[in-house]
Design a protein around this ligand. Structure first.
Ligand code: AMP
Length: 598
């Protein structure tokens, strides 16, 4: 009886703890909503406080922050910048630790960007910036919980399969930690008992699973512990691609996972460190009944598997916009109607926005006025020498802009390279749809074809092969070595295509849709200034292998985004993909003419 009472007390305490966390998030959500109602004022105050905070740094003195009185003064005194502007200062801070060159408070961490194009950038983090990220991520969690979770918040029905893991961190010569912020955050689990306790309540995996450095092994264990929880409430990861990777692991490894559940152990072939294995296995018990029911479901196939094995699954939280659209479509196969919540729009430099209307398609984000001082370059000016900017509350609905941020952590009028479209307002704050990254634009001769256009062309083109053929992944190279210059698309599809006539039609269709969507491309093709697009089909798993290669060079799976533009990639990685080509379709004059009729 005493054991039962103490169990009940523990459950009440745990539920209370979870509920408190939810309330904290809700409070932050309310704050952000309130801030959108006075966005102009919040922005003004934020800029003032950043300039006041940094005015005595070497950087602040150089640009006379102390004398700046308004946003207009600031824009006159300080140019628009890119990473190049800060590179030498940041390298010096990394070497000497002398952060006061740039910021008044210590740099606690450098986030390393992926570095597929060369050496990764180091983006400074300070305590203030981290707190601003925390505020919005808690708010997003609370929004998702109250929107999708129909039952009372409790440890019994609020468990999440969280698909992240901690990579080892590195440090600069002066001792500042570097790496991915997710890894930095998860490393806290080593230090904080409270954080470990929270993870144990909120997620199906214990802290030790999140600390497994290899993502493949971490995903296996995350899946194992999630399968043990039939009342799983949500799945969460940074990107749709992370969830797809995990579900492919499930599809491949379910026999081992089910055996592990049956016998209460972890597959011997999994390369876990002995202490982690011992700890994780100590929490497992043989469960033949659950193993049998899971085996039955897996044997039926993977279409719609998620709601079949977790019938209380209420949402899949991950970014599904931008280059993640492709994976979102493939995830539908497994999800069979379980809703997706693309809650976050953020970057290492600053968190940009939060999705407050998941019903709206395409998924869109309300810009969070507290997270940075925002400016926007109208799309027609992005290539100008000195573009003008508009402020947060003055965007025009339907217009596109590049985002510029001034942050609390030492970036001033920094061009993010992200192009967004304003689709409305939430109080005074714009709601934006992510369009593309400026650096991923295809531009041989002034045509500026966006990633979105290529994606639409590929999805239209693939229909040539019927419903059962899907795009697995793709990248594009602007070929300056061919005459005339042209695009070469490297594409992996879900089945081997061996019908050359259809492949030629596929290629033609892609080119036709690009011509329809981009008039300049169409004109340049007609005059043969741009040559016929080349379609290269690559063999099965080529992109998976490319990803493994990029990740093995130090990127994290949680942050990984497939590079769409091969011109930005290291030459050996491009050659790797080129070696995988099994079919090449370039236009004959006849097909070229056909594709240009429109
Ligand atoms: P990172 O700094 O590596 O975290 O990457 C940040 C970049 O990822 C942003 O600048 C965007 O280009 C992209 N990104 C982040 N969130 C989203 C989103 N919700 N939709 C589309 N792209 C996004």
């Amino acid at each position: 009886m005493f054991r039962n009472i103490s169990k009940t007390i523990k459950e009440i305490r745990d539920d209370f703890f979870l509920y408190l966390w939810f309330l904290l998030g809700q409070q932050n959500l309310k704050k952000i909503e309130k801030e959108t109602a006075s966005a102009a004022q919040i922005q003004k105050k934020l800029l003032k406080s950043i300039l006041r905070l940094q005015k005595n740094t070497q950087y602040g003195k150089k640009y006379n922050f102390a004398t700046i009185r308004s946003a207009t003064d600031f824009q006159k005194a300080h140019p628009l910048t890119t990473y190049e502007h800060y590179k030498s200062i940041i390298e010096d801070i990394a070497n000497t630790g002398n952060f006061t060159q740039l910021v008044a408070e210590p740099i606690t961490f450098f986030q390393v960007t992926s570095g597929t194009t060369g050496k990764g950038k180091l983006i400074p983090r300070t305590k203030r910036l981290s707190l601003s990220f925390l505020k919005i991520s808690q708010a997003m969690g609370a929004f998702a919980e109250s929107y999708y979770q129909k039952q009372r918040i409790s440890t019994k029905n609020c468990r999440t399969l969280g698909l992240v893991n901690a990579l080892p961190l590195d440090s600069t010569p002066s001792g500042i930690l570097t790496g991915s912020p997710t890894s930095k955050g998860l490393r806290q689990l080593n230090k904080s008992k409270l954080a470990r306790q929270f993870v144990g309540l909120k997620f199906t995996s214990s802290a030790s699973v999140f600390l497994i450095p290899d993502y493949k092994e971490a995903y296996y264990c995350h899946l194992l512990f999630a399968l043990l929880e039939p009342r799983l409430s949500s799945i969460s990861a940074n990107f749709a691609s992370n969830i797809l990777e995990a579900l492919q692991t499930l599809e491949q490894k379910w026999p081992q996972l089910v055996d592990d559940i049956e016998f209460g152990r972890i597959d011997r072939n999994l390369n876990l460190d002995p202490a982690t294995r011992e700890e994780l296995e100590s929490s497992l018990q043989p469960n033949p009944a659950l193993a049998e029911s899971l085996r039955t479901e897996f044997e039926k196939g993977f279409q719609g598997i998620l709601p079949r094995i977790w019938n209380q699954l209420s949402c899949i939280a991950c970014i599904t916009t931008g280059s993640m659209r492709l994976y979102r479509e493939r995830l539908e196969y497994y999800a069979n109607g379980v809703p997706f919540y693309s809650g976050a729009y953020g970057a290492s430099e600053a968190w940009i926005g939060i999705n407050l209307d998941p019903q709206r398609e395409p998924q869109s984000y309300v810009i969070a006025p507290h997270s940075a001082f925002f400016e926007f370059i109208p799309i027609k000016e992005i290539d100008a020498d000195t573009p003008t900017t508009v402020d947060l509350t003055s965007l025009c609905i339907g217009e596109s802009y590049e985002i510029v941020v001034t942050t609390v952590a030492g970036l001033y009028r920094y061009r993010m390279g992200d192009i967004v479209r304003c689709i409305g307002f939430y109080n005074q704050s714009p709601i934006v749809e992510f369009l593309y990254r400026r650096g991923s634009l295809l531009n041989l001769a002034g045509e500026k074809v966006s990633e979105d256009t290529i994606f639409t062309a590929l999805t239209e083109g693939i229909k040539t092969f019927g419903d059962d053929c899907q795009i697995v992944d793709y990248s594009i190279q602007m070929e300056f070595s061919s005459h005339p210059w042209r695009y070469a698309i490297y594409l992996e599809v879900s089945k081997i295509l061996e019908t050359p006539s259809n492949l030629q039609l596929f290629r033609d269709k892609i080119e036709q849709v690009i011509c329809e969507l981009n008039q300049v491309y169409s004109i340049l093709r007609k005059s043969n200034i741009i040559g016929a697009l080349e379609l290269n089909l690559v063999s099965k798993d080529s992109f998976k292998e490319l990803k493994t290669k990029i990740i093995s060079q130090g990127s994290s799976e949680a942050q990984f985004k497939m590079p769409r533009l091969l011109n930005n990639l290291k030459p050996e990685l491009v050659e790797f993909l080129q070696d995988k080509v099994y079919y090449r379709a370039s236009s004959t004059q006849r097909t070229l003419e056909r594709s240009l009729i429109h």
